[in-house]
Ligand binder design. Sequence first.
Ligand code: CA
Ligand code: CA
Length: 198
Amino acid sequence: MNSQVLAAFLALGLCTGAAHADTNLLGDGNFESFSAQVANGTYTAFYGGTIGAWTVTGSVDLIRNAYGAIDDISVDLAGTPGPGWISQTFNAVAGQTYTLSWDLSKNGPGTQLDVSFGGVTTSYAPVASVANETLSWTATVSGLQTVSFGTAVASYQGPVVDNISLTTVSAVPEPASYTLMLAGLATVGLIAGRRKQR
Ligand SMILES: [Ca+2]
Ligand SMILES: [Ca+2]
């Protein structure tokens, strides 16, 4: 295999292998964009509206290095008071598996966290220490899907979430990528065959 063919083949392999597995499909997952809205050691209550990419239902609090905050700025899902939810949508692709990951703790006594993902709601009992939680889901149809975090409990102190990310487990290769990869393999095979005949 000559070096040019090898380089082309490697380039094809890199293209088809690019899964972008670490791209967060959700915006504002760590809440660090909102330092102007919540002073250190305090909280800011939201009643509906939005927090960046998140839509707020009910009441939630942005909390910063206090009230059970996990990593600088976090969200207490029982606002002032709760219940409260934050949600956002993403474009799901049929056949693609997604992993939703977040850090979970609680403010004071805390309450139940409800996570809605892929049309299924899962409940968690937060503890005072920080736990990383994950959920996986495979889309059966393409289209907009909603992810939400919230608590149904009317309280001032609720579950706390931070570092929310939604990533693809593995890329769904497009038919065009397969065609290119096969073309690359065929070219390599053809050249290798020709060189043997000399
Ligand atoms: Ca944070
Ligand atoms: Ca609160």
